[in-house]
Design a protein around this ligand. Structure first.
Ligand code: EPZ
Length: 418
């Protein structure tokens, strides 16, 4: 087992290039099965979730290599209509392989993805969307089999703007007969990246980034080379790291326009942020002010994936803040760990009331999920003494060697095998 040991109290300084976006790379790698041929996909971060996705594609018959951020992928021999159980259970979001595999092979069997640390993670919108496109779905003993000789375009209304369901339906619809319109679609930037990737392959999609996406089916698609957009959640994590540990850093390969909700909050708490082109300069040399109320919501609202990191920032602020989590019902698991570091947080009816304290105290804490784990690392940067963060495999799912990135910014953090 591995842990992070963090000696707190050191302000951050230096420059860091942001990694490619995990939540853009995963659906784009899944979409590659829609065509036969050689793909080169650049700026793919070296993460556990990416490794699992490449193992799944290999099990389906593809050939995959991942060197220095470039994925070299040959999907010519994709023919196996079954995602292996052990791999399916390692990454819940592999549900969005159903759409592209169904479109390519006419049949696919997956095991029903389990819940995860942050909530139930339902898939009803995925199933109803694929059914609307003409898929026949059978469920038995925890397996779901989708079959369709030919998918047909149709209108799909999503009762919730689910990111994964929007992506799954998009990928299934690109080879369908006719036009598909997704209403109340998710608007995340990663969906625009998926649209751009699929259109580069010869698809005809428009509207990604708005709440209505229109896909006109085509006969076939071709393999391409493509570069993944930067990771806005990793960028936001480092912005909040400066707000928590203080200091002055520069981030490159960023898209500040994708972080307006976060930038608004941290600026009003007293953090200085300057942006020019793909560069963000973040400076903080004092304890932040509290922020009245934040409600996590679908893009472009405040992202749920930055909620835990923001809570650490506000746990040190002058005054009391409230965070309401509306996306995942189980996404407050970091509260107990922060309380053990001296934070004063009260959770009631989906809201966390955070009374800012001056300093957190170092101790041993448990990462319960990806973003909660990252948040506890940030807490360790500011806590007096040595904080140990356990179960850091959660963190490796979404951050490419986080300890090396933070060390480059002057933090005292080491990965320890125990
Ligand atoms: C994506 O998950 C991201 N993962 C998540 O990032 C992110 O938190 C989430 O979108 C919200 O932005 C990837 O892109 C790989 P959803 P996804 O479908 O697609 C409910 C991270 O930390 N729902 O938008 O699973 C669901 O229960 C991860 O990088 C249904 O009810 O999110 C949840 O409450 C965590 N029925 C809400 O919608 C469905 O069929 C949001 O889920 C699907 C979802």
């Amino acid at each position: 087992m591995e842990t992070f040991a963090i000696e707190g109290g050191r302000p951050l300084s230096g420059s860091l290039r942001i990694q490619g976006a995990k939540n853009a790379a995963l659906p784009i790698l899944a979409a590659s099965v829609l065509a036969e041929g050689q793909f080169y996909i650049y700026d793919v971060p070296h993460l556990k979730d990416i490794k699992v996705m490449l193992e799944i594609l290999t099990a389906l018959g593809a050939k995959a290599k991942h060197v220095d951020g470039c994925v070299d992928l040959d999907t010519t021999s994709v023919s196996v209509p079954h995602v292996p159980d052990d791999l399916m259970s390692q990454m819940r979001s592999s549900i969005f392989l159903a759409g592209p595999l169904l479109a390519r092979l006419g049949e696919v069997t997956i095991s029903r993805p389990g819940g995860c640390d942050i909530g139930e993670r339902r898939i009803d919108l995925h199933l109803s969307g694929l059914t609307a496109l003409g898929a026949k779905i059978e469920e038995s003993e925890g397996y779901i089999t989708f079959r369709a000789k030919q998918l047909r375009g149709t209108n799909v209304f999503l009762s919730f703007p689910s990111v994964g369901a929007t992506e799954n339906i998009m990928m299934a619809a690109v080879l369908a007969k006719g036009t598909t319109r997704i209403c109340n679609a998710a608007r995340e930037p990663e969906i625009i990246d998926l649209q751009n990737f699929l259109n580069a392959m010869g698809a005809r999609i428009r509207g990604a980034g708005t709440d209505t996406i229109e896909i006109t089916g085509v006969q076939r698609l071709r393999s391409v080379s493509y570069r993944i957009i930067p990771d806005r959640i990793v960028t936001g994590t480092f912005v909040l790291a400066v707000g928590i540990a203080q200091g002055h850093i520069e981030l490159t390969n960023t898209l500040p326009e994708q972080l307006t909700a976060l930038i608004e909050v941290v600026r009003s708490c007293g953090v200085e942020i300057k942006t020019r082109h793909d560069i963000m300069e973040i400076k903080s040399n004092s304890r932040p002010r509290a922020y009245d109320r934040i409600i996590t919501s679908p893009y472009p609202g405040f992202p749920t994936d930055l909620q835990a990191q923001l809570m650490v920032f506000l746990s040190q602020a002058r005054g009391t803040s409230v965070i309401k989590e509306t996306i995942f019902e189980g996404r407050f698991k970091h509260v107990n760990e922060l309380a053990r570091m001296g934070a004063s947080i009260y959770v009631d009816l989906g809201s966390a009331i955070i009374r800012g304290v001056g300093k957190l105290t170092a101790t041993s804490v448990e990462a319960t999920d990806l973003r909660a784990g990252a948040a506890l690392v940030l807490a360790g940067l500011a806590a007096e003494g040595i904080t140990t963060v356990n179960q850091i495999h959660h963190i490796d799912r979404g951050y490419d060697r986080l300890e090396e990135q933070l060390r480059r910014l002057g933090a005292d953090i080491t990965r320890v095998s125990i």
